[in-house]
Design a protein around this ligand. Structure first.
Ligand code: ATP
Ligand code: MG
Length: 373
């Protein structure tokens, strides 16, 4: 898929923006705090209906304005669609070709993107919940089913936790109800585990090769530390997990919450036998995450038939020159790519020659040939 044009109204520091993207490579250059990352964030909002991680909608609205609009024409294999998102502090409207969308779970696997931003660099050292959030977004883009599974799982988890608190306050346990809720919980938990397991495996298909080509080092692997033991038979997985839920019940009751399940899963990156969260240097971690994201580009293409849009937020300045040069071969001409930078000298000449270049200054975008974007 390719974004043809993007219009912003009152989004972050943009009052009105109307730009046309190149179908292959786009570079946004500007000093700090001019609005480069905000452009990428608007594409994230267009794709997910909300910003990444914990940003509130109201912070996306330009200071002093009452609402924000994002619209874009997106070219897919068989169609060209007008996407539109409008929101104020209270409500949000999402439209495709002027038709209002009610179920966001169907919408968010439409515009697929891979984002690599300075925030991702810390991902290896951050909390398990940050990693779960990032990979939840990525799996959701690949699978509507996963979005629905997560919604159902979170609802059942909430009910189970409410039930545990009730057991504490009332002092007795309705074991019939507990049996039903455990059954539901374990079915969803196993389904989510398998989706995550398959996602991690697909990333590993290319991860080690990409990392080796950029760094020369072998043996990078992405690991899924699942709460549920994985085996070939999902019925056995469910039964084993049900038994663990039963064994853990007294502990759950003590804490008033469910202590085991996919909401406690984690992911890690290993170089050989070394866990990068413990032993990785900053540079190693940065390139490990970058390789993971690059591996996802191919995986998205295999799973969906189409490349995602690649958003690279200011990544070149942090890489040494050898790695920067080796990265160039992964900026594929078939993949619509949007790069931001403060300094064009950070980019390889071959990239600059084939890119559409936009200059950003204080929320104004001008194409390099001097015309208004
Ligand atoms: N809701 C908002 N309303 C108005 N301006 C905003 C809003 N949110 C952020 N900004 C402004 O947007 C600018 C930051 O934009 P952005 O993060 O895109 O910068 P950048 O060009 O990526 O900079 P850097 O190179 O430092 O990463 C800041 O000046 C910030 O004050
Ligand atoms: Mg930025």
């Amino acid at each position: 898929m390719k974004i043809k044009n993007l219009k912003l109204k009152n989004f972050r520091n943009y009052e009105n923006l109307d730009i046309k993207f190149d179908k292959s490579l786009n570079i946004f250059i500007g000093d700090n705090a001019q609005g480069k990352s905000n452009i990428l964030e608007s594409i994230v909002v267009l794709a997910l209906t909300k910003s990444y991680l914990n940003v509130k909608d109201k912070n996306l609205i330009r200071n002093g304005a009452l609402f924000s609009n994002i619209s874009a024409k997106v070219v897919f294999d068989n169609s060209v669609d007008d996407l539109f998102i409008s929101f104020n502090e209270k409500e949000k409207k999402v439209k495709i070709n002027n038709n209002l969308i009610k179920k966001y779970s169907d919408y968010i696997s439409k515009v697929r993107f891979i984002l690599f931003s300075p925030l991702d660099i810390n991902l290896i050292r951050e909390s398990p919940s940050s990693r779960r959030k990032v990979f939840n977004v990525e799996i959701s883009q690949l699978s509507n089913r996963y979005v629905k599974l997560m919604q159902n799982y979170n609802a059942v988890l909430k009910k189970r936790n409410q039930f545990l608190k009730k057991v504490i306050s009332v002092g007795k346990c309705d074991s019939f109800y507990l049996g039903i809720i455990n059954e539901k919980f374990s079915i969803l938990a196993v389904d989510i585990t398998m989706e995550r397991y398959n996602f991690v495996n697909s990333i590993n298909n290319r991860l080690s090769d990409i990392y080796r080509e950029i760094t020369g080092d072998c043996g990078l692997t992405f690991k899924y530390n699942s709460s549920i033991d994985i085996c070939d038979n999902q019925v056995s997985m469910r039964n084993l997990f049900l038994n663990r839920l039963k064994d853990n019940f007294e502990k759950d009751k003590l804490y008033g919450m469910t202590l085991i399940g996919p909401h406690r899963d984690d992911y890690s990156l290993f170089l050989g036998d070394s866990d990068l969260s413990i032993y990785g240097s900053q540079g190693q971690n940065r390139v490990a995450i970058l390789s993971l994201k690059l591996s996802e580009i191919f995986m998205f293409k295999e799973k969906t038939g189409d490349y995602p849009i690649l958003l690279l937020d200011d990544i070149f300045s942090e890489l040494d020159i050898t790695k920067r040069n080796r990265l160039v071969k992964y900026i594929l001409s078939d993949v619509q790519t949007i790069i931001t930078t403060t300094d064009l000298n950070m980019l390889d000449k071959s990239l600059i020659e084939r890119a559409k270049i936009f200059k950003i200054s204080n929320g104004n975008v001008v194409i390099d040939d001097g015309k208004e974007g």
